[in-house]
Structures are given as structure tokens and as C-alpha cells.
Design a protein around this ligand. Structure first.
Ligand code: AMP
Ligand code: MG
Length: 420
């Protein structure tokens, strides 16, 4: 199976825009995972591999939405005067319906969720009735069908309940349970291997040496990938050595659907990922007109997709949110699923080079009776992780923009959307 169509990476040496890169990803990549059946508790946060057709109505029967008295509607209910007291014939509670059909001019005491008695169509709330001895006086101005939940008003038998690709959040799982479904076919998790590359890298907990830095990308990537539903293998740090990199890539590709590395994709002498990949598979090196994170390598090793992220942690993070997320969506069967964004008022001014998209680390604050404001972090370096810790999202500045004035509208992408 072709995971990434080759021709889509033609002219790789040219600078392409962020949108072109996204278009290339969506036309080059296709579904690669299989499917499996999961019980509902196991299916949480997975994605449906089939359309689900409702096997029955919800609610299954007409029932009461309130505690009160059920009755057969008569046009008298519309009058100001109300009507004569009615006899209470019996009661219907949740799980314990009335056994017999009540006479039409009586009322039946009913509790929320209880079956509507035969022929009865309307419920008066307990708070709204008055009593004459043991009899009940119904309030005026009730509409036919008031406080009654109709059979099938939520779900109709035979309708498409959920579409293939739907993500199974708490509410979708509840929806499936409500029609009695206890297991569904979902897409298998995408198997992703993650490496870091660099002779300077050490693991947190290890002793530092002169010139060493702690590997922060790997934990960023594995965490992010897990929240995207991937089955992640952490394959550690690769030394800057062509043979090592090549063997590791080859090995990982044999047992995974996607291999992701960070670092080693620039033009430096020690950037072996590129060379190793062109020896074991096909490399499609992209220079994307974006900031942060210009060099992004895409390719494949055999049938396994490969993505080489820039080494700087912020660049790796932003490229993951903007490019890896949609790639994973397509490979895993849930599609692009565009994250929600909204407009906010810039609380900064900035000059910008035209012809590239920039993502600033931003902090959105809602405003009372007005559009919320977006601040940007005070420094922009692509190695500055404190910016992302401070931020609650990204501010996207489009290709053509050259200047942002305080108060201009900008697009804000909350992390909560980009990280789901
Ligand atoms: P490279 O793309 O390998 O030239 O790396 C660019 C910058 O990112 C260098 O300053 C690296 O030290 C840094 N870097 C690369 N990988 C990581 C990592 N896993 N964690 C933190 N910083 C990294
Ligand atoms: Mg490096």
C-alpha cells in the first residue's frame, strides 16, 4: 500500500507556502490503519470505522419530562378559567408503568422518565396544579404535548447515528449506549516511532557534560502523539552518525506506520537524517515559508511514512500542531478535522516579512462585552519553550500581512483545539 504518493513531493527544493504544504499532505497521504472491534469503554477517544445506524428510537416510548400529572389534553386547557377537578386514577413512575389504560377524563400521577399512560399526551408540572380534596385542578394555558418527551424525538430508528471517522468523546459514547450498542468498529491506533537526533542530547535525569542539552522534543512529541490517539514507541536519542541513523530508521520503519524524528534536517554537516533517508527510502525535503520551523522533511521508508521535524523545540512543536496533526488524521482515518479558531484583537504591534505564515505564541484573554484580546510572548526565538508554557494558543499571521497594528483582528488557535 502506498502511504504517501510520490509525485506530490515534486519540486521539493522550492519554497512552498503553509497552505501548499497542507494541500500536499492531504493529497499525498491516505488511510493506512486497519480496524478492530472495541467495547464502548475501550473505544473512548477512538474514531469510528463505520457508519452507525440507529437500531431503535430514543426515547423508546413517550414519557414525562417532569414530575406532575399526566392527562388527555382538551381545548379547555387553553381557557383562562381552567377546568373541573379531575380524579387521580393511579400513578406511573420510571420503570413502573401503569398497568391499565386510564379513563380519559382522569389524571395520572407521573414521575420524570415514566411511560405516558395510554391515550394521555400532556403533563402538568406538580408545581402548577392545585388540589380540591383528593382531586387535581389542572392549570390553564397548557399546550397539547407540554412536558411530554415523544418517542424518537432524539433518535429515529434507521437514521445514521454517527458517521465513519467520528471521534468518540463522552457524548458520542453516551449516544451509542442510548440506543443499546455495546461495541463498535474503530480504526486501529497509528503506530508511530519517535527519535531525537543530536550528539549534544541527553535524557532528563542524566548527568550533564559540557555542551550537552536535555532532550525536550521527545517528551513533547510522545505526549502530543498520544493525545492524537497514536500508539507511540519512544526509540530514544540517535547520535549524529549516518550509519546509526540509517539503521534506526530502517528498523523502525519495519514495525511502524509512521516514523518521526526531530533535529538533523538542516544543511549542517551533522544533519544525517536527510542523507540516511535518501539512502533507505525517499526524501522529499520541504522548505516551507513559515516561522518558526522552516525545514521539514517528508518521505517514506518502504511503505512507512516519515516526517523529520526541525530540532528547535518550538519549531518542532508548531510543525507538529500544524502539519503532523493533519497527517496523522489522514493516516488514522479521522480526516483533517480542522481545529476551531476565532478572531481576537491584537494587543501588540509588529512588522512582518510578507510571503510566509507566522505562528506566534499567544495568550488569549476574554473581554467583557467585547472581542477578547491576544497578546504575544515578548521574545520569538524558536528554542524558547517558556513562550509555549506562557501561551494558551497560537496567533496565526497570514502570508500577505506585513504589519499588525494594536487592535487589529488576528486569528487565534487555542492549544486545546490543536492538541486534541
Ligand atoms: P538541528 O536541527 O539538529 O540542527 O537542531 C537545531 C537546534 O535544536 C539545536 O540547537 C539543537 O541543539 C536543538 N535540538 C535538537 N534536538 C533537540 C531536542 N530533542 N530537544 C531540545 N533541543 C533540541
Ligand atoms: Mg542536530
Amino acid at each position: 500500500m502506498e502511504r504517501l504518493a510520490n509525485d506530490c513531493f515534486a519540486n521539493a527544493s522550492e519554497m512552498i507556502s503553509a497552505n501548499e504544504a497542507l494541500n500536499k499532505i492531504s493529497s499525498a497521504a491516505s488511510l493506512i490503519v486497519g480496524t478492530e472491534t472495541c467495547s464502548l469503554p475501550k473505544a473512548k477517544n477512538r474514531h469510528l470505522a463505520e457508519d452507525i445506524i440507529a437500531p431503535r428510537n430514543v426515547p423508546l416510548f413517550d414519557n414525562s419530562a417532569v414530575d406532575g400529572f399526566a392527562f388527555r389534553y382538551s381545548s379547555d386547557q387553553d381557557q383562562d378559567t381552567g377546568e373541573a377537578p379531575r380524579i387521580v386514577f393511579g400513578q406511573s413512575t420510571a420503570g413502573h408503568p401503569l398497568a391499565e389504560a386510564p379513563p380519559p377524563d382522569t389524571v395520572v400521577k407521573i414521575l420524570t422518565g415514566a411511560l405516558m399512560p395510554d391515550g394521555f399526551d400532556t403533563v402538568a408540572m406538580i408545581e402548577d396544579v392545585s388540589f380540591a380534596g383528593d382531586n387535581v385542578i389542572l392549570p390553564p394555558h397548557l399546550k397539547l404535548g407540554a412536558n411530554r418527551r415523544k418517542a424518537g424525538e432524539d433518535v429515529r430508528e434507521g437514521q445514521v447515528l454517527l458517521k465513519r471517522g467520528s471521534s468518540l468523546r463522552a457524548q458520542e459514547l453516551g449516544y451509542l449506549a442510548s440506543v443499546g450498542i455495546d461495541a463498535v468498529r474503530v480504526f486501529k491506533r497509528l503506530k508511530v516511532a519517535v527519535f531525537s537526533t543530536g550528539d549534544e542530547l541527553i535524557n532528563p535525569g542524566e548527568a550533564i557534560f559540557t555542551g550537552s542539552i536535555y532532550d525536550s522534543n521527545r517528551i513533547i512529541l510522545t505526549t502530543l502523539l498520544e493525545s492524537y490517539g497514536c500508539k507511540v514507541t519512544d526509540l530514544g536519542i540517535l547520535r549524529d552518525e549516518r550509519q546509526t541513523v540509517r539503521n534506526a530508521l530502517k528498523g523502525a520503519a519495519e514495525t511502524h506506520d509512521l516514523v518521526i524524528t526531530s533535529g538533523g534536517v538542516s544543511m549542517g554537516e551533522e544533519d544525517h537524517v536527510k542523507t540516511a533517508l535518501s539512502e533507505t527510502g525517499q526524501l522529499h525535503f520541504w522548505r516551507i515559508a513559515i516561522k518558526p520551523g522552516r525545514p521539514l522533511a517528508l518521505g517514506q521508508i518502504g511503505n512507512t511514512a516519515f516526517i523529520g521535524l526541525p530540532g528547535n523545540p518550538i519549531a518542532a512543536l508548531v510543525c507538529s500542531l500544524k502539519f503532523v496533526r493533519p497527517l496523522i488524521g489522514i493516516l488514522s482515518g479521522w480526516g483533517i478535522d480542522p481545529p476551531l479558531s476565532f478572531q481576537a484583537k491584537a494587543d501588540f504591534t509588529m512588522k512582518k516579512k510578507p510571503g510566509r505564515t507566522e505562528w506566534l505564541r499567544g495568550r488569549y484573554t476574554p473581554a467583557k462585552d467585547d472581542v477578547g484580546i491576544a497578546e504575544k510572548y515578548h521574545t520569538e526565538g524558536s528554542g524558547i519553550l517558556s513562550s509555549a508554557v506562557w501561551a494558551n494558543g497560537l496567533i496565526e499571521i497570514g502570508d500577505d500581512v506585513t504589519y499588525i497594528e494594536n487592535g487589529d483582528m488576528v486569528t487565534f488557535l487555542p492549544f486545546s483545539e490543536l492538541m486534541r
